[in-house]
Design a protein around this ligand. Structure first.
Ligand code: NAD
Length: 489
């Protein structure tokens, strides 16, 4: 396997909250199983109640002033150290992601590599976190702005990028001078815990980064806490709306990265082979469990049948199986609930007249994992549930359109706006697409997925609320501006 470490060598985890670096094991214990082999328990972890959340926030708050005084350059140096430790433990981290999440070894290795790049990018920002010098109305007066950390922040993360998402919140938060309580998803608790341990090993003061395990109760307790000044949340629209509502009561700043129902538009002049490869990659990579996953292909009627055929062939050729097997293309879904949701959504659509062109079923394996065959489905109305609701699995709906205008209208008809992609050679239509497609991340003639350390990770409509993640824009959320007007005459 490409990560260079056997997933069977991943140690059995005894999870713990990390409060000021001290392991706290209070709370009901939950089990985490390997989704490819649900009979294998990876470890147990406690669920935080109010009291543990309180201790974690107080730990972060107690260290805030000292951390702020450390200054961004010294803080960034510690992050360079974290990147070096992640390099050292590259194989271990990838194996942990594969066993915890079920993504293939290649996908897990890519997530680790990208996470290291994100830490390095944020560390580089330590020397660039400046303000502006502005003209003044008065003579002999200097006017300027400067950036200051907002305070204690809660980072609430999903399970589908168990390293990259905690990293892309944590790294800018630390460089900005915030202190942190992370709450990872209970479906992926250990990778985030390992990240926090590495941050401590790199020399980040233990009270600066705290971690609590748990679900909705711990999450809500963090959002409600009066000393938490910002909540960076990634997850579903429904939970994001709850977070926003709770935070509004105390004007707590939020950054919400939410779901998607992303489309690829294919016009007749497109390179169809390239488009089919890109759609298959976007729809079935990580078993479709990405916020930017391609879940709708909106195809011009002149090339519809040919494209569907190309997509069905690609879906049928993908190997579903153990994610640590180098020959595997698609690992399992995260749990049985997720598998059932995807299968039910497909079955409902078929009952309503949809046609399966590939997949649509669970894939049985010896170890009983939560596998689903890559699925291509047609004869679905553009406003049907399967074509408008995030499924979060390897399910692609192919929709027919008459022309670019109709493709664009279908793209824009959903409540989400994460990513959108166009395949065409027409510069004029590319221009219109970039101006009129309702999505935060636009792609042309390439796959509709990908996060880059230096590019904002951003959606629109119900896919995102608040400042972008990644890039220098990430510092918008973790810092606040102050102005200074200084008379020198
Ligand atoms: P989720 O909304 O179920 O959970 C996300 C996090 O919120 C978890 O840590 C969870 O424990 C916590 N949580 C649950 N209830 C809470 C509450 N009441 N208060 C506070 N926190 C609470 O999402 P998930 O299933 O973990 O992740 C999948 C979703 O995340 C999908 O919708 C996907 O599109 C989205 N996602 C978005 C992005 C992005 O960048 N936009 C990236 C990855 C995933």
């Amino acid at each position: 396997m490409s990560s260079g470490i056997e997933t069977s060598a991943v140690k059995s985890w005894v999870g713990a909250h990390l409060v000021g670096g001290v392991r706290v094991e209070d709370g009901v214990l939950l089990e985490k199983v390997n989704p490819a082999r649900p009979g294998t328990v990876l470890g147990r972890f406690p669920v935080a109640g109010q009291e543990t959340v309180e201790r974690a926030v107080m730990s972060a708050h107690g260290r805030l002033a000292a951390w702020r005084e450390t200054g961004p350059i010294a803080r960034a140096d510690l992050l360079h150290g974290l990147a070096a430790l992640m390099e050292r433990d590259r194989a271990e981290l990838a194996a942990l992601i594969t066993t915890e999440h079920g993504k293939t070894s290649a996908e897990a290795a890519a997530e680790v590599a990208r996470s290291i790049e994100i830490v390095r990018f944020a560390a580089g920002m330590g020397r660039r976190l400046g303000g502006r010098t502005l003209p003044s109305d008065s003579p002999n007066t200097w006017s300027s702005t400067s950036r200051h950390p907002i305070g204690v922040v809660a980072l609430i993360t999903p399970w589908n990028f168990p390293l990259a998402i905690p990293v892309w919140k944590l790294a800018p938060a630390l460089v900005a001078g915030c202190t942190v309580v992370i709450k990872p998803s209970p479906l992926a608790p250990f990778t985030a815990q390992r990240l926090v341990e590495l941050a401590h090993e790199a020399g980040v003061p233990r009270e600066v980064v705290n971690l609590v395990h748990g679900g909705g109760e711990a999450g809500t307790a963090l959002v409600e806490h009066p000393l938490v000044r910002g909540v960076s949340f990634t997850g579903s629209v429904e939970v994001g709306r709850h977070v926003q509502t709770v935070a509004a009561a105390s004007f707590t700043r939020t950054q919400l990265e939410l779901g998607g129902k992303n489309a690829v538009l294919v016009l007749p002049d497109a390179d169809l082979t390239k488009a089919a490869d890109a759609i298959a990659h976007g729809a079935f990579g990580q078993a479709g469990q990405r916020c930017s996953a391609t879940s709708r292909a909106i195809i011009h009627e002149d090339v519809f049948d040919e494209m569907v055929q190309l997509l069905a062939v690609r879906a049928g050729a993908l190997r579903v199986g153990p994610p640590d097997d180098p020959g595997t293309d698609l690992g399992p879904l995260i749990n049985d609930t997720s598998l059932k949701r995807c299968l039910d959504a497909v079955a409902d659509a078929v009952r309503d007249g949809a046609r399966l062109r590939a997949g649509g079923t669970a894939v049985e394996t010896e170890d009983g994992g939560y596998f689903m065959a890559p699925t291509v489905i047609t004869d679905v109305a553009a406003d049907a549930a399967l074509a408008t609701t995030e499924i979060f699995g390897p399910v692609l709906v192919a929709l027919r359109c008459r022309d670019f205008d109709e493709a664009l209208a279908i793209n824009n008809s959903v409540r989400y706006g994460m990513s959108a992609t166009l395949f065409t050679g027409s510069l004029k239509l590319i221009g219109r697409f970039l101006a009129e497609a309702e999505a935060g991340m636009l792609h042309v003639n390439r796959p509709g997925v990908g996060a880059f350390p230096h590019m904002p990770h951003i959606g629109t409509k119900e896919s995102q609320a608040g400042p972008a993640e990644c890039s220098d824009d990430a510092f918008e959320f973790f810092t606040e501006l102050r102005t200074a007007t200084i008379g020198v005459g």
